[in-house]
Write a protein that binds this ligand. Structure first.
Ligand code: FES
Length: 114
């Protein structure tokens, strides 16, 4: 729920994670990223991740600067980058990573330096 507080500064309840799907044509020329972005909405709803303290923000971008091996899906604040994401893998990412907190390690191609 978003409300305006004070002199126009926005306020919103926090998200636990932000998932960004590349919907660009270079990493996934067949527009699979767009299909994943649509699928992600229904998966978040199915797993009860749209509301409450564990809610997840879904976002799309035209490019993440990788431009190969897509579709690319990124999860923040974890800094986990998934490549070659299929509908089945996206289902696993939502259940295992977003819901249960376990990264799907075999699909990770990049992570933040720690
Ligand atoms: S088009 Fe997807 S990473 Fe550049």
């Amino acid at each position: 729920m978003m409300a305006i507080e004070g002199i126009g500064r926005p306020f919103m309840e926090p998200y636990s994670r932000h998932v960004i799907v590349c919907t660009g044509d270079f990493c996934s020329p067949d527009r699979k990223g767009r299909a994943l972005y649509a699928q992600l909405a229904s998966l978040l709803q199915r797993e009860d991740l749209l509301f409450g303290p564990d809610r997840v923000k879904r976002g799309e971008t035209p490019c993440l600067g990788v431009c190969a091996g897509g579709p690319i899906v990124v999860v923040y604040p974890d800094g986990v980058w998934y490549g070659g994401v299929t509908p089945e893998l996206l289902d696993r990412i939502v259940v295992e990573h977003l819901k249960e907190g376990r990264v799907v390690e075999e699909a990770v191609f990049h992570g933040l330096a720690t």
